[in-house]
Design a protein around this ligand. Structure first.
Ligand code: CP
Length: 311
């Protein structure tokens, strides 16, 4: 693996999941691997889990970490070629990526979509421009359309928690007052397809994910029907892909309840709005995996960092 911008960068998924589980068992076993190496983490948006778990993972491998909240502390970046930079953008991505590459051995990036211009968001201009102009590997810490570190943590969690070889996994849309990106569900669906999982998607009309993501995964508009017999229920809100970035529904009947969950295990990437996305009883039950999922963010990141350090 030379970079980790999306799940296509993974050479051997089962080996990477196993590596994550190995790192979890012995977090400091390779504490000198990253000695004298530096991870630069660039945040264009907020984060709790990604920021702390990736820092922890890097430090477990002996790396130095530098973090910058780019919107507050960095110069506004220009991404277009040939622009006359006489407005608000003070620095071009060509210089920024090249300069950061001199200070760091790996670059992590978090940059959410605008949710205003689908074509532009799905072109992943920020992530791809960094990957193009950086001379060191780039790690996607959630981009406009993908969250591959989260998806790897989700895969580790399912591997750890499953009681049958091919459990039924249901991704359900859930209500939320704000327009959220499609990055997490996109990467979760891709990951489940890579794992060959028995995946079902359920959402209200108007919330279809990108057709190239969904492929032939069964989609139900009846949540109750979709949840029947589920072993894992993964809840997530996303805004509309068709009516791009719009909140078309806040129907509270889509909130995940204990009654709907049945015997299934509950997953969510967090942060989660209690009693909007999912009721308290679910999150406070032993069927909730959300804290373990967040724990696995460290081991997913550590597996990826180890691969990139040893490439
Ligand atoms: N799940 C996740 O990426 O959490 P943060 O946004 O807090 O990093």
């Amino acid at each position: 693996m030379n970079t980790y911008t999306d799940l296509e960068d993974i050479n051997d998924l089962q080996a990477l999941i196993q590596e994550g589980r190995n790192q979890k068992k012995a977090p400091l076993a390779q504490k000198n691997l990253g000695q004298h190496k530096t991870l630069a983490m660039l945040f264009f948006n907020s984060s709790l889990r990604t920021r702390l778990s990736t820092q922890k993972a890097a430090r477990n491998l002996g790396m130095e970490v530098m973090v910058i909240n780019f919107n507050q502390d960095g110069w506004q970046l220009e991404f277009e070629d040939g622009t006359v930079m006489n407005a608000d953008k003070a620095e071009h991505i060509k210089e920024a990526a090249a300069v950061i590459s001199q200070y760091a051995d790996l670059i992590g990036l978090r940059a959410f979509p605008s949710l205003k211009d689908r074509e532009k968001d799905y072109s992943e201009i920020l992530l791809k421009s960094f990957a193009k102009y950086a001379t060191v590997p780039v790690i996607n810490m959630e981009s406009a359309t993908a969250h591959p570190l989260q998806a790897l943590a989700d895969a580790i969690t399912i591997e750890e928690q499953k009681n049958t070889p091919n459990p039924k996994v249901v991704l359900t849309w859930a209500p939320h007052p704000k327009a959220l990106p499609q990055a997490v569900p996109n990467s979760f669906v891709k990951m489940m397809k890579l794992m060959g999982a028995d995946l079902t998607i359920t959402h209200p009309h108007g919330y279809d994910l990108a057709p190239e993501i969904v492929g032939n995964v069964p989609v139900f508009h009846n949540q109750e029907e979709a949840l029947k017999g589920a072993d894992f229920v993964y809840a997530k809100n996303w805004s509309s892909y068709q009516d791009y970035g719009q909140v078309l529904s806040q129907d509270e009947n889509w909130m995940v309840t204990m009654e709907k969950l049945g015997k299934a295990k509950f997953m969510h990437c967090l942060p989660v709005r209690r009693n909007v996305v999912v009721e308290d009883a679910v999150l406070d039950s032993t069927q909730s995996l959300v804290i373990e999922q967040a724990n696995n963010r460290t081991w997913a990141a550590q597996a990826v960092l180890k691969e990139l350090l040893t490439k």
